[in-house]
Design a protein around this ligand. Sequence first.
Ligand code: CP
Length: 334
Amino acid sequence: MFNFPDPTQAQLTEDGQLKHFLDIEGLPESLLLELLDTADSFVDMSEQQVKKVPLLRGKTVANLFFENSTRTLSTFELAAKRLSADVLNLNISTSSTKKGETLKDTLMTLEAMHSDMFVVRHSDSGAAHFIASQVTPNVAIINAGDGRHAHPTQAMLDMMTIRRHKGGFKHLKVAIVGDILHSRVARSQIHALRILGVPEIRLIAPRTLLPRNVEMLGVKVFTNMAQGLRDADVVIMLRLQKERMTSALLPSESEFFKLYGLSEEKLAFAHPEAIVMHPGPINRGVEIASSVADGPKSVILNQVTNGIAVRMAVMSMAMSGQVAERAKKLEAGE
Ligand code: CP
């Protein structure tokens, strides 16, 4: 576990531009909207014959994934390539970290190769903040998920998906269902939904899978699906993170599905136009029925597609913040 410096100070330039992307907490609404608008512009570009822009030409992006990933790693790689960056995917299982090299030495080695951006996934909360505090100021750090703490690009691709399907945020009831306790995604989503002005955020879970005092985040808590889903416009399902459970928090998966799994019957409590989301990977028959995951209200694969545009937006904005900060320091003779 690492410490967290002030997230806003750590990730913004003096002029309020993004220079790292570590956490949603503390970011202004205007910056989140700029990020979503920038991502929308990249969607149009992805529909062109040539899906590349030169915004990161000559820059090197290193993907450092110390924990498994399918969606996040592949969409960051695609996003960096569409921005014309050179991309280095460090294979942690065959890297020198397996020979006892410290994280700091691995970072210094990659800095010596003149990397401009590290995209970091790590099982320890605070890892991305720690790395941002260790590297030279010219390297942008993007948090691709740290422990139970935050997954800010996932939350922003979720916000993009909600906005594209629902037209905005300020009229919505959003229900987040399942293993809230271990979910970095839920934490980042709650911050993003609050900043973007969603009036009603509901969490639905058994008490054993809810963080203590979670109501302080400005959410309504339900332990019953029928009550929590009533009239919801957006239903976000979460995976049971058994790898992070240190004690038995559930009777069984089948009991969990019976009470909290999203079946067509339970989905009928939500608004008739509701959309169903899931950050993935999904566990069919545990938190969601196949007929719902593959059904007409599911936007799960749209989330994956939107991940490319959102990650392009995050990388291009952080890089331009870095360039602006460097120019200001040069002008000041630093
Ligand atoms: N949603 C998400 O982070 O998926 P991956 O673990 O596959 O990257």
